[in-house]
Structure formats: C-alpha cells, structure tokens
Design a protein around this ligand. Structure first.
Ligand code: ADP
Ligand code: MG
Length: 728
C-alpha cells in the first residue's frame, strides 16, 4: 500500500510539474509584455508620423500661393485627410484593442494569482503528504524493529489509512476540481490567444495599411518635393533669364545713357552757339532787306562795270585776233614761199602689159636709195640724173602720193588758190594719178574727201560752201563738161566788179556736200565726154581736163570771208606729135598742145623767176588759171613718166621740162621788181636778217642749186636795213 501510495504521490508530483509547465504562466506573461512593448513602439511611431505629417502640412501651406499645382495639391491634401481619418479610425480601433488587451491581462493576472494560490496549496499539501510519508516510513521502520509495535502501528496505520484514504479521495476530488479549473483556464487562454492572434493580425493589417499610407505619403511627398524642386528650378531659371536679360538691357540702357550724356555734353555748346547764331541771324534777317538793297546796288554796279570791262576786253581780243589771223596768214605765206610756191614732183608708173615684152619693155629708170628727190634715166646707153622736189617710184601708192599733196589741198580752205597739174606723155599715168580707179581713187576724189572732213572739223566757227566745175580745153576751146550744151565754147572774162578777177560766164557749178555728190558729178562729166567723143582715149590725150573746186568760207564770229580755188588739171599728152608728116587737124591739134604746154612752162618759169611780166594770155589754159597761178597761189607739177625702154626719149623730154621749171632761180633784178607786188617780201627779209646772213640759212626755196653768193645776200640785207631806217 505504501508502495502504491508512494507511486501515486510521485505520479501526482509529476502531474503537478506537467500542469505547471502546461500552464506556462511565464510564457503568457512574456507574450503580454512583448505585446505591450510592441504597442508602445507603435504608439511612438504613430506620434512620429503625426509630427512628420504636421511638418509636411506646414511646409505645404508655406510656399506658392498661385502655383499651377494647387489643384493637385488640394487633391493630395484631401487624400491626406482621408488617410488621416483612416489613421484616426485605426487609432480608435487600436485603443479599443488596447483596452481589451488590458482587460484580458487583468483577467490573466487574476487567473495566475488563483493558479499561484492553488499551486501553493498543492505544494503545502505535498509537503504535508511527504512529511506524513516520511513519518509513516519511520513508523514502518520502527514497527519492523518492534513487530508488536508494528502490528500496532499497522493497526493504527490501518486505522489511519482509512483517514488517508479519505484524504486521498479529497485530494483526488480537489485535483479533479483543479484539473477542471486548469481546463477552463486553458480554454480561456486559448480564446485569449485566439483573440491575441486576431488582434495581432488586425495590427499587422493596420501596420501594413499604415506602411502603405506611409509609402503613399512618402511618394506624394517625394512627388511634391520633385515638383517643388522642378518649379523651383523653373522659377530660378526664369529669374536668372530675366535677370540676365534685364542686365543686358540695363547695360544697353546704360550705354545709351552714356551716349546721350556725351551727346548732351557736346550738344550743349553747339546749342549755345546755335542760339547765338540764331540770334545773330535774327538780327541779320532784320537788317537783311537793307543790306540786300545795298548789296544789289553795289553788285549791279560791279556787274555793269564787269560787263563793260568784258566788252572792252572782247573788243581788244577781237582786234588782236584779227591782227593775229593776218599775221599768221602772212607767216604761212612766207613759209610756203621759202619752201617754194611752185613744186615739181615726178611719178614713175610701173611697167604694164601694154609695154609689151622684150628689150623695148625693159626698165630704164632707177632711183637713189638715199635721196627720194633723185632719179636716173638710162638713155641711149648713158645714165642721166634728174633732181626734182620729190620722186615717186612705181610702187608708191595713191595714198602716199596724196599725203604729199594734202597740205596744198587744205590751204584751199584758208583761201589760197591751188593748181595741181599732171604732165607727161600719153600712157605715163596722168589720168591714173588724178582720177585713179573706182577701187583706188586718185587726187581728185581724195582732195574733195579731205576738204569735206576739214570743213566738218571747222563747222563750229565757219560756214563753208564747196562747189565743183568741170571743163575741157581742146584746140584752145573751153567747154563746160557739166553744162547742158557741152559743144558751146566758153569765154574767159574779167569780173565787172573791177577786182581784176577772171570768170567764165555760163560755166556750171555744182554744190557738193558728200562723196556721193562728187561721184555723181564725175560720172556726169565722164558721160558728157564719152558721148561727145568717138575715141575717148585719143581725145583725152589731146585735151586738158580741168576740175575746179571752189571753197567759200565765212567765219561766223568775225564775219571774215575766204575763197580758195583748187584746180586739178589732167593735161594733154606731152609727146611730140607729127613733127614730120602730120597734116590737117592732126597738125593743128599738135600745134595747140605744144603751144599750151609751152605757154604753161613759160608762165611757171616767169612766176618762179619773179618776172615782171607773166605771159598768162598765151594760152587758154594759163589765162583761165591766171588767178590760181599768181600771187600767193601754190602750184604743183606732177610729171608722169614711163619707165619703159621704148619711151626713154619722151621720158627724157618730160624730165627735162620738169627740171627746167624747177631750177628757175630768183634773180636780184626780178626780186626787186617783185617787192611791190609781193608785200610780204619785206617781212621775209627782216626775218632773214634776224636769222643772220649766213649763206646756208634755211631761207632758200631750192635744194642747194646755185645758192646766192654771200655778197649778194649781204647787199640785199644792207638794202633792207636802209629801207627799215628810212621807214623808221
Ligand atoms: P595717161 O592718162 O597719162 O594717158 P593713164 O593714167 O591712162 O595714162 O595710164 C596708162 C595705164 O597705166 C593705165 O592702164 C593705168 O592704169 C596704168 N598706170 C598708170 N600709172 C600707174 C600706177 N602708178 N600704178 C599702176 N598702174 C598705173
Ligand atoms: Mg589720160
């Protein structure tokens, strides 16, 4: 029994420890403490959150009143307030839960207290039981040693065991009760745990929600910060831009201001001077009419005086100009006289097909390479040299020939009379030189062209009229080639005005103004000549053809009138015809030609030797050309020769004629006789004296032929000196 009791006690002790461990009061306590701590922590976090929230709200309220994000902000604030409401609710729930937890903790403390009491009771019970057990065991031992005693004891034990049994029963029932109580407690605990779990879950949920809200809040906050940052940046940028712009503008304005200031500074003195000027001008304007009248009066007087002066100067100038003009003319005359008024040129035509072939057509004329005035003729095996004023070789062009002639032609415009004769045997080139061909015109056409261009050049001051007449002298009869009746013989008469000038009544004059006009005139003359003659070549070789160009000028400024005549004469062939055997008309022709050509030679000779009597009247030709051969007139004799061997005797005759005409010298007697009729001679002599009486002086018309002896010149200058002395 003892054994079983012991075992039972042991069992019960074990049961108690199990129960104690099962109850786990300390675990619950721990759990509760943990919960309380967690609660505290949450509360603190919540407080921190609220603080943050307040801070945020404060921040939000502070900046940007009129920001474009205000609407968004309002939305966010609404969201925030919602969140806050929810948080508030959650907080209320939490407080409720806290209250519940508190209640449960209180109940738990109660239960624990009861549990402690019962445990203490049980410990006491156990203590008591173990004490009794020990007593019983001692009793048993003593009983064993004292069997009687033991028996007794057993008996007491048996008696007492009933009591123990009763106590055990009681204990068992009590145990039962305690177990029931523990079960109940367990139930309560389980419920509490469940509730705790639920509250934990809610708390977790709430925490998650809070976290979510926090995240949301964070995000909103971040967004807001970002936006605020962006806005700030934008604002800063705008401010910076505006600032820099304002700075630039400010700078420009400053500069402007500086410029304006300097302008103002410079303007001030200008303004002062302007005001001063204005005042003085005002004064002047006031005084102006008076001043003007005075000035006008004096100006008028000055002008009239100046006009008077100009008038007198003009008069003086005009007088001087006229004098100069005359002096120039005189000087020109002297110059021409020094060069010689009568010049003789030679022109050698080239060998042509008409010259045939063989020795007859051989060239008999040669030239001097160094002297263009010399030519050599090989005649009958002898070379004869001739010196003229100029010699044109066969290759000389029409243009080159005209160049030498053009000075003579232009002097016509100045009022001089000019004669150009083409002399030579038939076929020597007279007509070629004077008329030329259509493609290569001769002196006639070129002279007229030159006259036209010269006249055009002087048109500013002068009015000129150029007229043309064409005539022919055949058998000493003068005929008009441009007239209506070419057969009519014309007479040469003295002008009735008493000027001593000659004129041909009825001679047709054509006024020409262009090259076309000249061509028409030439053509007309040609046709007349052709229709009148059966054999033109033969006829032309036996008649003299004259082209008479008259140039009349009027100087518009001075009223001076000039008249110049240019006589272009294609002479009849100089060949000696019918010396033997010529009869009738042929002989008469030859006699006439001979007569007129020798008369021309005589006249030129007489002119060049300054003879008192010039036999102009010995032929129609010289009589007609009288005024163009005498006085200041200029004459050119173009002696045409053929270079062919067969023509050498005629060539010799022509060249001899040329040389005879040219070599005429001025004799002292004839010169004296001329002094009266050549008024410019005195002038020339004075010039000579001034230049010095050297025998080689340039004042000689010839080419070194028979220059006057020094004695002659000195006697001449002595006579001039005498003249000058007597004339004062
Ligand atoms: P003239 O009138 O003296 O009788 P022409 O003028 O009729 O002589 O000339 C005779 C021929 O010689 C013509 O055929 C002419 O073309 C030619 N002739 C004359 N001189 C020259 C020259 N310098 N150059 C070329 N041909 C010339
Ligand atoms: Mg001819």
């Amino acid at each position: 029994q003892v054994e079983t009791l012991k075992a039972k006690v042991l069992e019960q002790a074990q049961e108690i420890t199990r129960l104690r461990s099962e109850l786990g009061g300390t675990d619950a306590e721990k759990h509760r403490d943990l919960l309380a701590a967690e609660n505290e922590r949450l509360r603190q976090e919540m407080k921190a959150c609220e603080g943050e929230l307040r801070e945020l709200q404060r921040q939000q309220q502070a900046p940007c009143r009129d920001c474009p994000h205000l609407q968004e902000k309002a939305g966010l604030q609404e969201q925030l307030s919602q969140l806050q409401r929810e948080a508030e609710e959650t907080r209320a729930k939490l407080v409720e839960l806290d209250l519940e937890v508190q209640q449960k903790t209180n109940r738990l403390a109660e239960v624990e207290l009861r549990l402690k009491d019962s445990l203490a009771e049980r410990a006491e019970e156990e203590e008591r039981l173990s004490r009794r057990l020990r007593d019983s065991q001692e009793t048993i031992a003593s009983l064993k040693s004292q069997p009687q005693q033991i028996k007794y004891i057993i008996k007491t034990v048996e008696v007492e065991s009933a009591k123990a049994k009763q106590a055990l029963c009681e204990t068992q029932s009590r145990n039962q009760y305690l177990q029931e109580q523990v079960g109940m407690q367990k139930q309560v605990l389980k419920e509490m745990e469940q509730q705790l779990q639920k509250s934990q879950k809610t708390e977790a949920q709430l925490r998650a929600q809070i976290m979510m809200y926090e995240a949301e809040l964070e995000r909103a906050h971040g967004q807001m910060l970002e936006e605020m940052q962006a806005m700030e940046e934008e604002k800063n940028h705008a401010i910076e831009e505006a600032f820099s712009r304002a700075q630039v503008e400010m700078k420009a304005v400053h500069e402007n201001l500086a410029g304006v200031r300097t302008n103002l500074l410079t303007l001030q003195p200008a303004l002062r001077t302007l005001t001063h000027d204005y005042n003085s001008l005002k004064r002047q304007v006031r005084d102006f009419p008076l001043l003007l009248q005075e000035t006008l009066r004096s100006a008028r007087a000055e002008i009239s005086q100046a006009i008077e002066e100009v008038h007198s100067t003009n008069r003086e100038l005009l007088r001087k100009y006229r004098r100069e003009l005359q002096l120039r003319k005189k000087c020109h005359n002297e110059l021409v006289r020094l060069k010689g008024n009568i010049r003789v040129f030679g022109r050698v035509r080239p060998i042509t097909k008409e010259d045939g072939e063989g020795p007859e057509a051989a060239n008999a004329v040669t030239f001097d390479a160094d002297d263009d005035a010399v030519l050599y003729l090989l005649h009958k095996g002898k070379q004869v040299s001739f010196e003229l004023d100029k010699v044109f070789p066969p290759q000389a062009s029409q243009e080159e020939v005209f160049q030498e002639v053009q000075a003579l032609v232009t002097s016509c415009i100045d009022g001089y009379n000019v004669c150009i004769f083409a002399y030579g045997q038939t076929g020597a080139g007279k007509t070629y030189t004077m008329e030329g061909t259509a493609a290569n015109p001769g002196i006639n056409q070129r002279a007229l062209q030159l006259l036209f261009s010269e006249v055009r050049g002087k048109a500013a001051d002068w009015d000129y009229a150029i007229t043309v007449s064409a005539a022919e002298i055949y058998n000493e009869a003068l005929r008009d080639l441009l007239g209506k009746e070419p057969q009519e013989k014309l007479e040469i008469k003295l002008c009735p005005d008493g000027s001593g000038q000659l004129y041909v009544p009825g001679l047709t004059e054509f006024r020409v103004q262009s090259v076309e006009d000249i061509n028409k005139v030439f053509e007309f003359g040609h046709i007349k000549r052709v229709t009148e003659c059966t054999n033109l070549n033969e006829h032309s070789s036996r008649s003299h053809a004259l082209l008479i160009v008259t140039v009349r000028g009027l100087d518009r400024s001075t009223g001076l009138r000039t008249t110049g005549k240019l006589n272009l004469v294609d002479l009849a062939g100089s060949e000696r015809v019918g010396r033997s055997g010529a009869e009738g008309s042929r002989l008469r022709e030859a006699q006439h030609i001979n007569k007129s050509l020798s008369a021309l030679g005589d006249v030129i000779y007489a002119l060049r030797s300054r003879q008192g009597h010039v036999p102009f009247r010995n032929s129609k030709l010289t009589y007609l050309l009288q005024d163009s051969l005498s006085g200041d007139s200029k004459t050119l004799m173009m002696v045409q020769v053929s270079p062919a061997e067969k023509n050498t005797s005629e060539t010799l005759c022509s060249l001899k004629f040329a040389e005879r005409v040219r070599s005429v010298e001025l004799g002292p007697v004839s010169r004296k006789a001329e002094l009266g009729s050549w008024p410019s001679q005195e002038h020339l002599e004075v010039l000579k004296t001034l230049l010095g009486d050297s025998p080689g002086s340039a004042a000689h018309p010839g080419r070194g032929h028979a220059s006057p002896s020094p004695g002659q010149l000195s006697s001449r200058s002595a006579s001039i000196r005498r003249k000058l002395q007597t004339s004062g």
